[in-house]
Design a protein around this ligand. Structure first.
Ligand code: AKG
Length: 227
């Protein structure tokens, strides 16, 4: 099957939501088709005021260091993590504002939010696909980046060339369609990096991002429907 040419979304002023120091969705970014069923929407500088949000989350999230058994060894997971129900945040908390912004952009979200704190360049997340796809094959995963810049890579599950993005503070990256079945993603270690927090929000369905609904093009809708 022919692979779609990466569709382009013209940057546009969405400016739909702001509160306090936070301002969301200043650019629509670009949507790239990874294969006929999988797409990534990358919206750089989607969130202004990300430093304050990073500070609040660093203080307010109950971060956990976890251990994992790998073969016969017990290893520390190389980052701090938390999985929280979004309702545990006050509606006035900047996280709640960001969640409403993501929901506005991609559609209804699952209540759970995943948080990762990368303390330095030694912290990372290895190649994986999100487990949400086991129950929801067409799930959409939105990642909001805060703090230090890190590389984010995706590679086809069956092998093939990887794609890379540089995620800066305030960027939004959304993986949609069949990304969690056909592709894996990772944040590799790097030599020098400061602290970074990522917020992961998930939708059970393959959604059409606002950027597309507002006039972007992505071939026909069936291109983002899991076959
Ligand atoms: O930190 C990121 O941007 C990626 C996080 C991730 O892949 C995950 O939590 O499953």
């Amino acid at each position: 099957m022919a692979v779609l040419a990466p569709p382009q979304v013209q940057p546009q002023q969405l400016d739909f939501w702001s509160t306090g120091d936070l301002r969301l969705a200043t650019t629509a970014g670009e949507i790239v088709a990874l294969d006929p069923w999988s797409w990534v929407w990358f919206a750089p500088q989607w969130l202004e005021g990300s430093d304050q949000l990073m500070q609040r989350l660093a203080e307010d999230v109950p971060w956990q260091a976890e251990l994992r058994v790998m073969y016969d060894r017990v290893l520390e997971v190389p980052r701090l993590q938390a999985m929280l129900d979004s309702s545990s945040f006050d509606p006035e908390h900047p996280f709640s504002a960001v969640r409403r912004g993501v929901e506005h952009a991609v559609g209804p979200l699952m209540p759970q939010a995943g948080f990762n704190l990368y303390r330095s360049g030694d912290d990372s997340v290895a190649w994986h696909s999100d487990r949400v796809a086991h129950a929801h094959p067409a799930s959409t995963v939105a990642l909001v980046s805060l703090g230090a810049s890190r590389r984010f890579s995706m590679r086809p599950v069956g092998g093939g060339a990887a794609r890379h993005w540089h995620l800066n503070s305030g960027d939004l990256l959304v993986m949609g369609g069949a990304c969690q079945r056909h592709w894996q993603h990772c944040v590799p270690k790097m030599r020098h990096a400061g602290q970074r927090i990522s917020i992961g929000l998930r939708a059970t369905d393959s959604v059409r991002p606002t950027a597309l609904r507002r006039g972007g093009t992505f071939g026909s809708p069936s291109c983002i429907t899991v076959a």
